[in-house]
Design a protein around this ligand. Structure first.
Ligand SMILES: *Cc1c(COP(=O)(O)O)cnc(C)c1O
Ligand SMILES: [Zn+2]
Length: 395
């Protein structure tokens, strides 16, 4: 990589320049210790938090992004350091670099031209969450913080615990009362400090934020810490690179807090800004029928959700990155759909039987959404990517 120019990406200085609040639209200069918007804060249960969005020097990034890809090192998300808020990883566990797998046997009955599965089960702790954790551990190093925390339905906590185990850092994880014994066993194996909330994910989130801010630990809460979505957007970079810098027509992923799908949208938009793509894909998000607050908001449907779903990793009553996702859907076009647990179960079985990939229940929601949509449009010429977000089997 060319490091001679003044705008070269170095360990100390990334090309990040600005932070903009999704709620009030205020813009701030980039700082590595930013968290929520100082003017908006965490919001209230009926209100959105002031989540910040990182902007870069895209002119400089255009010069450096592809150069960095020529080098075979590092493996994983830090290849894309020209568009990350930190350019050197804090752990040698390589997040990302996962395969994009053609799934012809599934594509044909759905009437799709081409279907690819982005196999995120191949991350170090078997989940897409590792992409955000890799950035968190690197940023914690920059911030001089030696301890990290997060709230999680399981996967983010396990991801944090794994990366902290590797880096030799203590971590504090807050999980809901219904966290499965399998997930707790993973956390114990990694040696995390485990707090089981008496309530749901939303309670665990509040407890984690309270303890984390009080103790000065570094946050791995992806919706609040503005830098973590930057790690997740590398999924889009890898998909585009695997398709020789072509955008698929549609990308589908499950939606909990909204960070993952919004991050994917941002990643594709940035590649278009850099001149590497001439269009962006349509984004389709999947929620469980029994917990679909984002679908309701998108379609302006009133009502309450029972929360009775086995899709534990997206069982989120108060999505904390809703504004980011809604803005991203506005840019890309797309849809949010609710799918039944029955259809998720069928999709999970189909992924194993017809693609050879075993995913966790939640991660099959994307394929279920595609199935529910099919027939509505003719898509014989379309290239569709379904993001298989995690592979931890606990039911
Ligand atoms: C966290 C998670 C999601 C949803 O991501 P959000 O950023 O919360 O929308 C989807 N699938 C799996 C397996 C997850 O762990
Ligand atoms: Zn704000």
């Amino acid at each position: 990589m060319n490091r001679t120019g003044e705008d070269a990406v170095t360990a100390e200085r990334s090309l990040a320049e600005t932070l903009r609040c999704f709620r009030c639209d205020r813009q701030y200069p980039f700082t590595t210790d930013a968290y929520l918007c100082p003017a908006c804060g965490p919001g209230s249960p009926s209100d959105d938090p002031g989540v910040l969005d990182v902007g870069y020097d895209y002119t400089a990034a255009t010069r450096h992004f592809r150069d960095a890809l020529e080098s075979t090192r590092p493996v994983g998300i830090f290849r894309y350091r020209a568009l990350l808020p930190v350019s050197v990883g804090g752990s040698d566990l390589a997040a990302g670099n996962t395969p994009l797998v053609a799934a012809d046997r599934i594509a044909a009955p759905l009437g799709l031209g081409r279907l690819y599965l982005k196999d995120e089960t191949r991350n170090p702790t078997r989940c897409l969450k590792d992409r955000a954790t890799a950035v968190a551990v690197a940023m914690a190093r920059v911030a001089g913080s030696g301890e990290l925390y997060c709230a999680s339905a399981g996967n983010a906590a396990i991801s944090l615990a794994g990366f902290c185990a590797h880096a030799g850092l203590p971590c504090h994880v807050y999980v809901p009362s219904y966290a499965s014994p399998e997930r707790l066993a993973w956390l114990e194996a990694y040696g995390a400090d485990i707090h089981v909330s008496s309530g749901d994910y939303d309670s665990a989130y509040a407890e984690a934020e309270e303890a984390g801010q009080r103790n000065g630990w570094y946050s791995r809460n992806c919706a609040f810490n503005p830098f973590l979505v930057e790690g997740k957007k590398t999924v889009a970079f890898e998909i585009a690179e695997a398709l020789d810098w072509n955008a698929p027509d549609t990308v589908v992923a499950p939606v909990g807090d909204g960070c993952t799908l919004a991050a994917i949208g941002k990643g594709f938009r940035e590649l278009r800004k850099l001149g590497l793509l001439d269009r962006v894909p349509r984004l389709v998000g999947a929620q469980a029928k029994a917990m679909r607050p984002m679908v309701r908001r998108w379609r302006r449907m009133p009502g309450e959700d029972s929360g009775l779903t086995d899709a534990a990793s997206i069982n989120v009553r108060r999505p904390r990155n809703a504004l980011r996702l809604l803005e991203e859907l506005g840019h890309a076009g797309g849809d949010l759909v609710a799918v039944t647990d029955e259809s998720i179960g069928l999709a999970q079985a189909r992924l194993a039987r017809e693609a050879g990939i075993v995913v966790e229940f939640t991660a099959a929601a994307g394929l279920a959404a595609l199935d529910s949509e099919s027939g509505a449009q003719s898509r014989r010429d379309d290239t569709v990517v379904v993001v298989l977000t995690g592979g931890r089997i606990d039911r």
